[in-house]
Design a binder for this molecule. Structure first.
Ligand code: FAD
Length: 307
C-alpha cells in the first residue's frame, strides 16, 4: 500500500504529490489524464511569477517536477469508487484496487457545454469559459456571456470593465442571479441583457469567433449578435460522480466538502482544487490547496498508526 495516493493529475494533484513525496513517504498519482484542464488551455497569464505560458507546457513541467521526486504516476485509469477498511481503497474502472493509508482527491471539474454547432470548433478561438483567465484577451471588443445565473452576471460585470460591450444571453425569462448583482449589471452602461434567448450557433470565420445566433423564444425568430468572444457560464460540474453513495460528504452541487486543512468527512481522505468547495477555481489556487491537503494528510499520518 501507499502512504499517500493522489487521485487526479491536474495542478492540485501535482502539488499534493510533490508536497507528500518531499516528506519521504510512498506517494502515487492515479489520473485519467495528467495535466487536467490545463491541457485544454492555450495562453496562461495569471500563474504568478510566469508572465506567459501555455497549458501543455505547464503540464509538462508539472509532470517533470512530480517525477523528480520518484512519485509513481499511473495514467489512463479512472477511479470508480472509494471505501475504507483500515486502508482507504480506491477501486479503478479497470477492476484493480489501490490501497493507501491516506488519499487526496483532486479530480477537478468540467465546464458545462452549450452543445451547439461551432462551440467545439471555436473553443479557445473565441469560445471561453473563464473570465479571470481570458477576459483581457478581448480588451476593447464586444463579447457575449451565455447564462444569467450568478457566475454569468459576475462574468458580465467583470468583463464590462475590460471589453467594449457585453451582452448577457439568458435562456429563461428571468435572471437567477442575486438581486445585488443584477442591479450592479444594470447600472453599467455597457451591459445589455437579453432574456428568453436560446443560443443556437457559434459563428466563426474559419479561424476565430465573429458572432452567434440565438432564437428569440417569444417569437421563434433567429437573431444574430456580432461578437468576438463568447463566455459560456452555464455551470461548472465537479468530477465527483464516483463519490456519490460513499462516506464522503458532497454539497448539493457535488463539490467535496473540506475543512481548512483539506480534510473531507472521511478520516484519512483529503481533497483539493476544483472538485471541492474552494470558492475560486484557478491554477494557482488549486496548487495551494493541493499543498494544504498534502500537509493535512501528513499531519494525519503521523498521528495515526498504520493498519
Ligand atoms: P483539473 O485540472 O480538472 O484536473 C483533474 C484531474 O483529475 C485530471 O488529471 C483528470 O484526468 C483527473 N480525473 C478526473 N476524474 C477522475 C477519476 N474519476 N479518476 C481518476 N482521475 C480523474 N486557470 C487559471 O488560473 N488560469 C488560466 O488561464 C486558466 N485558463 C483556463 C482555460 C480553460 C479552457 C479551462 C477549462 C480552465 C482554465 N483555468 C485557468 C482553470 C484551471 O485550469 C483549473 O482551475 C485547474 O486546472 C484546476 O485544477 P485541479 O487539479 O483541481 O483539476
Amino acid at each position: 500500500p501507499y502512504d499517500v495516493l493522489v487521485v487526479g493529475g491536474g495542478p492540485a494533484g501535482a502539488a499534493a504529490a510533490i508536497y507528500a513525496a518531499r516528506k519521504g513517504i510512498r506517494t502515487a498519482i492515479v489520473a485519467e489524464r495528467f495535466g487536467g484542464q490545463v491541457m485544454d488551455t492555450v495562453g496562461i497569464e495569471n500563474f504568478i511569477s510566469v508572465p506567459y505560458t501555455e497549458g501543455p507546457k505547464l503540464a509538462a513541467s508539472l509532470e517533470q517536477h512530480v517525477k523528480q521526486y520518484g512519485v509513481e504516476v499511473i495514467t489512463e485509469q479512472r477511479a470508480a469508487a472509494i471505501s475504507k477498511d483500515g486502508y482507504v481503497n480506491v477501486d479503478l474502472a479497470s477492476g484493480a484496487t489501490l490501497k493507501s493509508r491516506a488519499v487526496i482527491l483532486a479530480t477537478g471539474a468540467r465546464w458545462r457545454d452549450l452543445n451547439v454547432p461551432g462551440e467545439l470548433e471555436y473553443r479557445t478561438k473565441g469560445v471561453a469559459y473563464c473570465p479571470h483567465c481570458d477576459g483581457p484577451f478581448f480588451k476593447g471588443k464586444r463579447v457575449a456571456v451565455i447564462g444569467g445565473g450568478n457566475s454569468g452576471i459576475e462574468a458580465a460585470i467583470d468583463l464590462a470593465g475590460i471589453v467594449e460591450h457585453v451582452t448577457v444571453v439568458e435562456f429563461a425569462d428571468t435572471l437567477r442571479a442575486d438581486e445585488v448583482l443584477q442591479k450592479k449589471a444594470r447600472s453599467m452602461g455597457n451591459i445589455d441583457i437579453i432574456m428568453s434567448a436560446r443560443t443556437t450557433e457559434v459563428i466563426g470565420d474559419g479561424s476565430k469567433v465573429v458572432g452567434m445566433d440565438y432564437e428569440d423564444r417569444t417569437t421563434g425568430e433567429i437573431k444574430h449578435l456580432a461578437v468576438a468572444g463568447i463566455f459560456v457560464q452555464i455551470g461548472l460540474v465537479p468530477n465527483t460522480e464516483f463519490l456519490k453513495g460513499s462516506e464522503i460528504a458532497l454539497t448539493r452541487f457535488g463539490e467535496i466538502e473540506i475543512d481548512t486543512k483539506g480534510a473531507t468527512s472521511l478520516p484519512g481522505v483529503y481533497a483539493a482544487g476544483d472538485a471541492t468547495t474552494v470558492p475560486f477555481k484557478q491554477i494557482i489556487i488549486s496548487m495551494g490547496a493541493g499543498a494544504t491537503a498534502a500537509l493535512g494528510a501528513f499531519d494525519y499520518l503521523i498521528r495515526t498508526p498504520a493498519p
